[in-house]
Design a protein around this ligand. Structure first.
Ligand code: ZN
Length: 453
């Protein structure tokens, strides 16, 4: 079997607490698709993993898009005629519409109201609104808060800048035995939103940290990028790397109480799709499998027809299906440590399956080899799950003709991948099986590493 072994971590409370702590550290930062909040976020992530940060200038053409102006904000408020701040960015960064242009004016309530956004159905929550590609400004507040504002002359200030600068993204590359890559992508452009964005960032950072400490067959590339424009920018600037990407996952919305969802890649039956489904179906996870659709997160970009990478998505409750989505209620209480730990676990198990999923050749393929002579029956006799182990060995020997992977064999035999993989390891140890390595590209990771920026 390969030297690559990734130890799966059981959903443990300390891991959940650590993930939640990183989310709490990132929560106060006012992020956007560009600007200092995004950089501060990457600086915090870089305390956990080795991160290469790239800065792409405003105006750079990326496929059909253009890298936008950089947005930064220092302050924002609405002050009444007594000089009191009645809406204050310092109290919640959701109060200012993300990407608002600077404004400094006085106006009556009626005019101000045309720039205010509330959620009448959820009168205690502040909505999250953006204005990325249209230069405008606004404030968000709870409906109850708005109902308390009397007519008055208000001073409206948004102390922001929107000018040529950069789009920032972070990348953690972990070379493995093979140059073939698994890409894991998470968006990091939302301000104080815990499930939608921070849960994905925290889990990606901890997965990178975990993998960096273990031998790996695959190389791994973790992308911490602003949603949509960040993915488009990365793909446009890294086209030469795309042919090395074998599997990919978008990670987001991984901390709420809902069941786990895996959204298949556009290809629908890629190895990553089958690996994720197998892990969910054979684990004790409450889960649901979703077919690909061209809306959602950055799987839209990775799976677009001209890119066509096998990239699926792990989430818990899908975006837009829970009322807290894009509101102030997506807060530190909404993400649960035990759910974060479980989501981490399912991601890691899926990666571990990919690491171990080889194609093998039966070295004694003419009739059945004599297992008893090689001590394989006595091994079976001593095992608790003797029936499954024996069955797994026969399945592996039967289908290892160089054209079936271990996952193929697990699916066809209806045994778990782990049982099949363990049986293959036993058979390999006894000289009855060898891995077909001719499918693996010959370039070693060491040579790849030197070419990395
Ligand atoms: Zn979102």
């Amino acid at each position: 079997m390969s030297s690559a072994k990734i130890h799966t971590a059981s959903a443990c409370t300390s891991l959940g607490a650590e993930l939640h702590r990183l989310i709490a550290d990132l929560y106060p930062i006012c992020r956007s698709i560009t600007g200092e909040g995004l950089r501060d976020t990457l600086r915090l992530v870089a305390k956990h993993v080795l991160l290469t940060v790239s800065e792409v200038p405003t105006g750079t053409e990326v496929f059909d898009w253009t890298v936008p102006k950089e947005w930064n904000i220092r302050d924002g408020y609405v002050r009444n005629s007594r000089g009191e701040r009645v809406i204050d960015f310092q109290a919640s960064n959701l109060h200012v519409v993300n990407y608002s242009v600077p404004v400094r004016r006085k106006m009556r309530l009626a005019e101000l109201k045309t720039h205010l956004f509330t959620l009448p159905d959820r009168p205690d929550w502040i909505p999250y609104r953006t204005s990325y590609y249209k230069e405008s400004w606004g404030f968000c507040l709870s409906q109850r808060h708005l109902d308390l504002l009397p007519d008055d002359e208000y001073e409206v200030v948004i102390d922001s800048t929107l000018q040529p600068g950069h789009l920032t993204y972070g990348e953690c590359f972990l070379p493995g035995d093979l140059p073939d890559e698994i890409v894991l992508s998470t968006h990091c452009c939302h301000p104080s939103m815990c499930n939608d964005n921070l849960s994905g960032i925290a889990i990606a950072a901890f997965l990178a940290k975990h993998l960096s400490a273990h031998p790996r067959r695959y190389s791994y590339r973790f992308l911490f990028i602003p949603g949509t424009i960040g993915a488009i920018t990365w793909l446009a600037l890294n086209e030469e790397k795309l042919s090395r990407i074998r599997h990919g996952l978008v990670l987001t919305g991984l901390g709420d109480e809902g069941k786990l969802h895996y959204k298949r890649s556009r290809q629908g039956n890629a190895e990553i799709d089958r690996a994720a489904a197998h892990v969910l179906q054979h684990g004790s996870y409450e889960h649901h499998l979703l077919d690909f659709s061209p809306y959602g997160y950055d799987e839209r970009q990775f799976c677009s027809p001209g890119i066509n990478l096998p990239v699926g998505r792990f989430s818990r409750s899908p975006h837009g299906t829970f009322p807290e989505y894009h509101t102030s209620a997506d807060n530190l209480d909404f993400v649960r440590p035990e759910r974060l730990a479980e989501s981490f676990d399912v991601c890691l198990r899926t990666l571990a399956l990919l690491e171990r999923n080889g194609t093998f050749l039966n070295l004694s393929p003419k009739c059945e080899p004599q297992l008893g002579r090689r001590g394989l029956y006595s091994m079976i006799g001593g095992a608790d799950n003797a029936g499954a182990r024996e069955s797994a060995m026969l399945w592996v020997l039967s289908l290892s003709d160089g054209s079936h992977s271990l996952l193929d064999i697990a699916e066809r035999s209806k045994l778990t991948f782990d049982t099949i993989s363990d049986a293959a390891a036993d058979l390999q140890e006894k000289g009855l099986l060898r891995e077909c390595l001719e499918f693996a590209p010959p370039m070693r990771a060491e040579s790849l590493e030197r070419t990395e920026p």
